[in-house]
Write a protein that binds this ligand. Structure first.
Ligand code: HMG
Ligand code: MG
Length: 312
């Protein structure tokens, strides 16, 4: 399989962590029912392709996100397939009810997901901006007491479909508050993909000034306007070393108008390989997984790298 010529940039980190969100962010928006066995095979293939972190599913309200209503069953299948590795796969948890369901299945890594804007907090969580913290606080406390690792997402960091521009200070305030609940990492979400590289740099500078260094941050780009890879490069140059991505570029958020798929993992891995930045990901296995998944979904992958390497 073709690979990019490696031309190292000495200013860049030697290794980054690719945080695969395809099975969760990628599939949560699918309208057709995907058999739970297909989801389990997808997760297993991603693990086998060397992805160090694979977010498996969400323990959210099944009426709100019907596609992930099979979360418990999926974790059972994965435990049978992968043994204890299944417990290391992160899962989304919005509240204590979600935490209970995740604990029942032995999950060791959970993620809460807050909103930087009032409107999206209401649409995605049925809570006001302030009320979301009251929901997350006991969830994180109990998770930490049980020895779990907690990631926090903050959405709408670069713009909101209802409110328009979102001030950097507002994002930093909400993000820091979420992180300070007891998270080990804060993932900055460009939920609707409107960010551009200068905005990325400005937001990271503002978080650093507020005491959150790049090693506590991850970037979560959606590719609606084709900016995700440029934005990732800006964050990489800034010093961020964790990037969320979705195999084959699957995805979108069911509660955010105009959110399309995440940055495709293949596109990210291709760029990082060319820059000589290690990821541990086997691009050939990953492309074959995304090609297979595109067949299951009945439509071609939007990833340029998947298409160029002969996948569907
Ligand atoms: P609510 O209706 O306000 O819930 O939903 P409630 O607390 O009022 O409870 C109502 C009923 O739901 C109760 O049952 C609860 O037990 C039950 P009853 O007593 O009436 O029989 N319930 C649950 N059942 C199962 N699992 C649960 C759960 N919670 C309550 N976890 C809630 C509030 C937060 C639950 C709802 O709004 C929800 O599930 N939202 C999730 C939306 C979602 O998953 N969005 C996509 C993920 S976010 C995203 O994609 C962005 C991200 O990728 C980053 C980026 O791109 O920016 C992360
Ligand atoms: Mg997302």
């Amino acid at each position: 399989m073709r690979t990019p010529q490696v031309v190292r940039d000495p200013g860049l980190p030697g290794r980054v962590t690719v945080f695969e969100v395809g099975p969760r962010d990628g599939l949560q928006n699918e309208q057709t029912v995907i058999p739970v066995e297909t989801k389990a095979a997808f997760v297993r293939r991603l693990v086998e392709a060397g992805l160090p972190v694979v977010e498996a599913t969400s323990f959210v309200h099944p009426t709100w996100v019907p596609q992930l209503a099979d979360a418990a069953e999926l974790l059972d299948l994965l435990a049978a397939d992968l043994g204890d590795t299944a417990k290391e796969l992160p899962v989304l948890v919005p509240n204590e009810r979600g935490l209970d369901r995740a604990l029942e299945k032995g999950a060791r890594h959970i993620a809460i997901f807050g909103s930087a804007t009032e409107t999206f907090a209401q649409r995605n969580l049925n809570r006001s901006l302030d009320e979301q913290f009251a929901m997350f606080e006991p969830t994180v406390r109990r998770a930490r007491d049980a020895g779990l690792d907690v990631r926090a997402y903050v959405s709408m960091c670069f713009g909101d479909p209802w409110e328009g521009e979102v001030p950097v200070d507002q994002v930093v305030e909400v993000g820091k508050r979420l992180f300070d609940l007891g998270a080990s990492q804060l993932s900055l979400g460009d939920t609707i993909g409107v960010g551009t590289p200068g905005h990325v740099t400005a937001l990271l500078d503002a978080f650093n000034a507020a005491g959150l260094a790049d090693d506590a941050l991850a970037m979560h780009f959606h590719d609606t306007y084709g900016q995700a890879l440029s934005n990732a490069l800006a964050a990489l140059r800034h010093g961020v070393t964790t990037f969320d991505a979705s195999a084959g570029g699957l995805g979108g958020c069911p509660y955010a108008k105009s959110a399309t798929g995440n940055l495709a993992t293949e596109d990210l891995v291709w760029m990082l390989s060319g820059l000589g930045v290690e990821t541990g990901v086997d691009l050939e296995k990953l492309v074959s997984t995304s090609t297979w998944m595109a067949q299951q979904l009945g439509r071609p992958s939007p990833s340029a790298v998947v298409r160029a390497l002969g996948g569907a």
